[in-house]
Design a protein around this ligand. Sequence first.
Ligand SMILES: [Zn+2]
Length: 286
Amino acid sequence: MLSVCLLGIPVGLGALLGHEMSAKEASDVITRDTARSWEDALDQQHRDMEQARRDAEEKLAALTLRMAELQARLLRLDALGERLTTIAKLDRGEFDFSQTPAVGGPEGVVLGEAYEPPDFLQTIDQLTEQISDRQQQLETLEALLAKRKIQRDVFIAGRPVKKGWMSSRYGRRTDPFKGHIAWHNGVDFAGKMGSDVIAVAAGVVTWSGERSGYGEMVEVNHGNGFTTRYAHNSENKVKVGDVIKKGQVVALMGSSGRSTGPHVHFEVFKHGRAVDPSRYIHRTLR
Ligand SMILES: [Zn+2]
């Protein structure tokens, strides 16, 4: 009954409007349905494409961010390298941090425009390569500076006191006790009793205690055949075997041993032979 009714209506209408109209009506119905389903499918496709485009944009934005990050890191490394090169007064040719990186900025990638994976990835690869390159340069630079720092630390220079004045030079002089001409094996710095006596370079303490004529004495080995002595102390502040820094307080000034008043008798030995300490007191490292 239902099918007869359903079929009957178009048939009836067809019969009413004529055979030609009926066929057209029928085909219109089919076309409308088909068109609707196609439209739906197209809509879905459009939505999928839109989603895919959004996903791609998000990925691109993430990559752009990553690239900007890499470039920022590179800039920081460049700045650091440049600063270190200047501090170390190195030849620019050796560590050329000022060299312009051969890449474009992330500003060049505009979201929504054609996505060009090869260029983009190539830029990231280039940046990564440059960063590891800079890292290597900086590591070499660091090693170089560390070596120079060690050289500077064991380099004998400066006075063995912070405050005081040179009261006796190295060489021939009138002996302060007996009045005859005698050889002075070091230089004397007079100052306040108990004031700081400091090491003129880094090294290892090889003597700390009383020694004939020297009173309380500290001896430091600096390597490379150099040794220094600090004598007539009121108190020694280091013991044998101590590793000391340049400028470290090794004793307090006194007048122990063969001394007429508070001072430090300072000696410098090069390969076991006493040399004029004033040469080392006044020199500077480059
Ligand atoms: Zn002396």
